[in-house]
Design a protein around this ligand. Structure first.
Ligand code: 13P
Ligand code: SF4
Length: 314
C-alpha cells in the first residue's frame, strides 16, 4: 500500500514522466517495487526481462527502480548509457553472501570447474564467472553446459537445489540465501496445504520451503520466477493463487490477471532494499541525474560475456 494519497501519486507520476521525457530516460522497474513506482515505469519485469530490456533500449538514460546489482547489470550490458538508481543503498543480502575473494578461493579448490552465478551478485563476482543466470533461465543455462563438467553454482542454496532437481545435474552449491525468501517457512506452506485446497501455490525457487514443496510433489504447486508466476496466472483456468515470494509481485499479478485472487503465503516477505525506491526518490533521481551506477571498465569487460550468455539463454 502506498503511503501517499492518490492526488499526490498522480502529481508525482506527471512530474516523473515529464522529467523522463526531458532526459530521454526509460524507467525500468522490478516486480517487487512498490505499486506507484511500477505504475509509472515504461517496463516492469523480472531480473531477466529487465536485463534484456536494459540491453536493448535505445534510450541514453536508464532509471533503474530495483536493487544495485540490477543497475550494475544494465551498466555492464550498455556501456555508454547513463544508468541511475534512485537510492544507492538499495542492496541485496543474497548478493552480499559471496565476495570476489571468496569466489577466487572456491575456484582454486575446484580446478577446471565452470562457474554459474545467479544475477544476484556484484559485478566483481560476475567478472570471476563463466555464466550468469536468473531464476527465469537457471535450468536452461545449466543444461547448456556440457555433461561431466563440474559446475560451481552460487550464491543461492535453494535455487541451486531446485536446479539440481529439475535438470538432474550434480552441482557444487554455495551456501548463500536471501533472507526474505528463506524466511518463508515450510510451516507457511503446510498451513496453506490444509486451509486452501482450492488454491494454486506459486513458489519462487529462492524460498527455503521450495525443496519441501518439491518433495510434496503436489500438482497444485508451481516453482517459478516472478515473471513465470505472471505467465502462469494469466494462462491458468484457476481463480485463486497463493504466492510465496516478495509481496510486491501481488500488484503486478492483479494487474496482469484481473479478476483472479492473489494472496501472500507470508505477509512478512518484504524486501526492505526493494522498498527503498520511492516515487519521490525517482523524481529526484531524474531531476538531478543521480545516483549514477558505473562499473570499472576492466571489471565490466570480464563480466560481460557471462551476462551476455544469460541474456541469450532461455
Ligand atoms: P526474479 O529473477 O524472479 O525477478 O527474482 C529476483 C530476485 O531478486 C528474487 O529475490
Ligand atoms: Fe535480494 Fe532477496 Fe531482496 Fe531479492 S528479495 S533483492 S534476493 S534481498
Amino acid at each position: 500500500m502506498s503511503t501517499l494519497a492518490a492526488p499526490a501519486v498522480a502529481e508525482l507520476h506527471e512530474e516523473v514522466r515529464e522529467l523522463a521525457h526531458r532526459s530521454e530516460a526509460v524507467i525500468l522497474a522490478h516486480n517487487y517495487q512498490v505499486p506507484e513506482v511500477q505504475d509509472v515505469a515504461d517496463f516492469v519485469g523480472d531480473s531477466l526481462g529487465l536485463a534484456r530490456e536494459g540491453a536493448a533500449t535505445d534510450a541514453p538514460v536508464i532509471a533503474f527502480c530495483g536493487v544495485h546489482f540490477m543497475a550494475e547489470t544494465a551498466a555492464i550490458l550498455s556501456p555508454g548509457k547513463t544508468v541511475l538508481i534512485p537510492d544507492l543503498d538499495a542492496g541485496c543480502s543474497l548478493a552480499d553472501s559471496i565476495t570476489a575473494d571468496q569466489l577466487r578461493t572456491w575456484k582454486a579448490e575446484h580446478p577446471g570447474a565452470v562457474v554459474v552465478s545467479y544475477v544476484n551478485t556484484t559485478a566483481e563476482v560476475k567478472a570471476e564467472s563463466d555464466y550468469c543466470c536468473t531464476s527465469g533461465n537457471a535450468t536452461e543455462v545449466v543444461r547448456s553446459i556440457p555433461e561431466g563438467t563440474e559446475i560451481l553454482f552460487l550464491p543461492d542454496l535453494y535455487l541451486g537445489l531446485w536446479v539440481e532437481r529439475v535438470t538432474g545435474r550434480k552441482l557444487t552449491i554455495w551456501m548463500g540465501e536471501c533472507h526474505v525468501h528463506a524466511g518463508i517457512r515450510p510451516a507457511d506452506i503446510e498451513r496453506w496445504q490444509e486451509d486452501s485446497p482450492d488454491a494454486e501455490l506459486l513458489v519462487h525457487p529462492e524460498c527455503g520451503c521450495a525443496s519441501q514443496c518439491m518433495a510434496f510433489g503436489n500438482e497444485r504447486t508451481h516453482i517459478l520466477s516472478t515473471e513465470g508466476m505472471i505467465r502462469f496466472a494469466q494462462s491458468s483456468p484457476k481463480e485463486r493463487f497463493l504466492v510465496a515470494t516478495e509481496t510486491g509481485i501481488l500488484h503486478r499479478l492483479s494487474k496482469e490477471a484481473p479478476g483472479k485472487t492473489f494472496e501472500a503465503v507470508s505477509e512478512r516477505a518484504i524486501c526492505r532494499y526493494m522498498k527503498m525506491i520511492t516515487l519521490e526518490k525517482l523524481r529526484d533521481s531524474l531531476r538531478d541525474m543521480k545516483h549514477e551506477v558505473t562499473v570499472p571498465a576492466e571489471i565490466a569487460g570480464r563480466a560481460r560475456q557471462a551476462l551476455e550468455r544469460m541474456v541469450a539463454t532461455g
